[in-house]
Design a protein around this ligand. Structure first.
Ligand SMILES: [Zn+2]
Length: 401
């Protein structure tokens, strides 16, 4: 079986979009027996072998994880199995975000191993979790620290922000102006901020500034108003003054390496990550906040939002690859007009293909239908062609060890 269609699970986290407004729900609705409820939120479609949301072979109860376990050398390739063990090294997702996700970072391998040993019920595995997101719609996220001159400017411009970091603001501005130890100063400022109680200053900030009519307004003020509606009084609202705001258009991507602070704010995306569940959260969440671990793990790198974007490179006539600096995954996007065809490059490793738009056929051992939401597992070395009947977009996550 070189190509297998998968049925994938969708979850109902509180921040998801409602009903069929959610792409995760639209895609999940192609699975047998799934009825979408307009009053319910649909957040994440999971494509892969993770035990918290395992994909199954379409029309059966067989898990993809069990198939792979029976013959990892053939379904992953001997090299991928040697390097990552007998499971898929990546987890592929569709996220549909109505309400911001928590401000978080993911530990590197060394820290993940320590955290897992100490708190196995919170940090569930010893693996790192680099992530990459590719926007399917207009998309807003916070990622990485802003250029320090910007943060310094906000301290002058917003007394409410300055009041929350009263002990460290002066030393921070001095380090920025005089080229002192900028990372240490940023770290002290961020630690003071994340430990503060924001309620009073949030009210002052919102009373003094205006809400934006544009839902895609990425100014710090507009985002503060938006985040306060979602998480009233949360300290994470003030992160808009220290973290970069990214606004992505469909097809634009960004990468989050280890110990890199980020939060998704709005939109639909495909996301690929190393198989892990380790998240350290510090704001915009009803879940456990681990501020000491978060503030001590970050690298305190800073810079412009453009530096966070991951530009794709062309492969084949109608495809591009998003290839972050890690071994677990890359993602190919194939865009075809009606009646165009693309022979995908042969990959010596496992692949998962998702159609996000349009119809056609996948030609491999036989012909397999392509429609929005259809997901296929492709075995290593399988020659695959995509033929479009209507304008088609497919994303293929892969690992080549
Ligand atoms: Zn994350």
């Amino acid at each position: 079986m070189p190509v297998v269609r998968l049925a994938c699970t969708v979850n109902n986290y509180h921040w998801g979009k409602h009903g069929l407004a959610s792409k995760a729900a639209q895609f999940a609705a192609t699975n047998p027996g799934v009825a979408i409820d307009a009053s319910q939120t649909y957040a994440e479609l999971w494509m892969g072998t993770h035990p918290s949301g395992p994909s199954t072979v379409y029309g059966t109860e067989t898990k993809l994880a069990d198939l792979i376990n029976q013959d990892p050398a053939r379904l992953l390739s001997p090299a991928v199995e040697r390097k990552f063990g007998a499971q898929l090294p990546f987890l592929f997702k569709v996220l549909s975000i109505e309400k911001a996700l928590s401000i978080q970072a993911h530990p590197d391998k060394q820290l993940a191993t320590q955290l897992h040993a100490k708190y196995p019920s919170i940090y569930r595995d010893p693996n790192h979790k680099p992530e990459m997101s590719i926007a399917l719609t207009d998309f807003i996220a916070l990622s990485g620290f802003r250029p320090l001159e910007q943060i310094s400017g906000f301290l002058d411009e917003y007394p409410e922000f300055r009041a929350l970091v009263a002990m460290t603001a002066g030393a921070f501005q001095q380090a920025v102006a005089e080229n002192g130890d900028k990372r240490a100063a940023l770290r002290a400022l961020f630690a003071e901020l994340m430990d503060a109680d924001a309620h009073v200053q949030v009210e002052r900030l919102l009373a003094r500034t205006k809400e934006s009519a544009d839902p895609l307004d990425t100014s710090a003020e507009a985002l503060a108003h938006r985040l306060n509606k979602e998480y009233p009084g949360d300290i994470g609202i003030f992160c808009v003054f220290v973290l970069n705001v990214l606004r992505l258009r469909p097809g634009e991507a960004f990468y989050m390496g280890p110990n890199d602070p980020h939060a998704y704010v709005f939109g639909d995306c495909v996301e690929c990550m190393a198989t892990s569940d380790n998240v350290v959260r510090a704001g915009l969440t009803p879940k456990l906040r681990d501020v000491p671990v978060l503030t001590s793990m970050l690298t305190y790198e800073y810079g412009s939002p453009e530096g966070k974007l991951l530009a794709p490179t062309r492969v084949g006539s109608h495809s591009v690859v998003y290839d972050p600096p890690i071994d677990e995954f890359a993602v190919v996007c194939t865009t075809l007009r009606a009646s165009e065809e693309e022979q995908l490059a042969s990959v010596q490793g496992p692949q998962i293909l998702l159609v996000t738009q349009g119809c056609g056929v996948l030609v491999a051992d036989g012909e397999h239908a392509l429609e929005p939401g259809f997901v296929y597992f492709i075995s290593p070395g399988t020659p695959v062609a995509l033929r479009a009947a209507s304008a088609l977009i497919a994303y293929t996550a892969l690992c080549r060890a």
